[in-house]
Design a protein. Structure first.
Length: 264
């Protein structure tokens, strides 16, 4: 089983390497977004060094990490499901000995490895020497951040998978991808840190899984949450993974019966 998992991850890495132009596109777009947001936030912090508990130095690192994470968790996985349905490839995937959802999950992990090597790491190096980045508070914070980031990627997969399943009914994935990007942008803290939200809007975000995809790991990295709060954040991420896994499995078992394949 482990051999099959590693092979799926390896295949997706090779596919991403073969289409390196996509990685370069993500690299330039994300880097541009980081610099645009940097100048916007520097204008906001012109007369204050700390706003809503976040310092000027922290917001710089927040921008860099949140934009990189956003690019990864909205990297076009939903249209991939749509293409499988439109071309009929989904029928072959369903005949494979491995569960379709697990197959897509391990492939998504391969995407993440490729993204880090070809897009995220170069951006981090450039930003480190041009904008400056805060280092984690300590080694333990680094470990908690990596664990939170891993769970954020898994959680984002289940969100994408659940939304992607709607393609079984709509046969149209581009709009679903745009819908997912809008939800993540609004409620994950990518555009504005959630600590800047008014109370009523923060209450809404607390009831949704999206802040666990970006705000939570970045907050751990910056020390915005610390001590026992870190365990609470990790616990909520794990809880949302379980909830979305169960919901996606239920929806998948129902949606697969309604499949309408175009072109095959």
């Amino acid at each position: 089983m482990l051999g099959k998992i590693l092979e799926i991850i390896k295949i997706n890495i090779k596919v991403n390497l073969a289409y390196a132009i996509n990685a370069w596109g993500a690299f330039f777009v994300t880097l541009l977004q980081i610099f645009v947001f940097y100048y916007i936030w520097m204008a906001i912090y012109k007369f204050d060094s700390v706003i809503n508990g976040i310092s000027k130095d922290q917001i710089i690192t927040y921008i860099i990490l949140s934009r990189i994470i956003y690019t990864q968790v909205t990297s076009g996985f939903i249209p991939r499901i749509g293409r499988k349905i439109h071309t009929g490839e989904i029928t072959m995937d369903l005949l494979k000995p491995m569960d379709f959802q697990l197959f897509m999950l391990f492939g998504r992990i391969g995407d993440f490895v490729s993204f880090f090597a070809m897009t995220a790491f170069p951006i981090l190096i450039i930003c480190l020497f041009t904008l400056g980045m805060q280092a984690p508070l300590n080694f333990a914070t680094s470990i908690y951040f990596l664990l939170s980031l891993f769970m954020a990627i898994i959680l984002s997969f289940f969100v994408e998978f659940w939304i992607g399943l709607l393609t079984f009914y709509t046969n149209y994935s581009w709009g679903l991808q745009t819908f997912q990007e809008a939800l993540v942008s609004m409620f994950s803290g990518v555009l504005i840190p959630l600590s800047f939200f008014p109370g009523w809007l923060r209450t809404i975000t607390n009831l949704l899984p999206f802040q666990q995809m970006s705000y939570s790991p970045v907050s751990i990295y910056l020390g915005i949450v610390k001590g026992s709060q870190v365990y609470e954040v990790l616990g909520f991420q794990l809880l949302w993974i379980v909830i979305l896994f169960v919901l996606s499995r239920l929806f998948y078992s129902f949606a697969i019966k309604k499949i309408t394949v175009q072109g095959g």
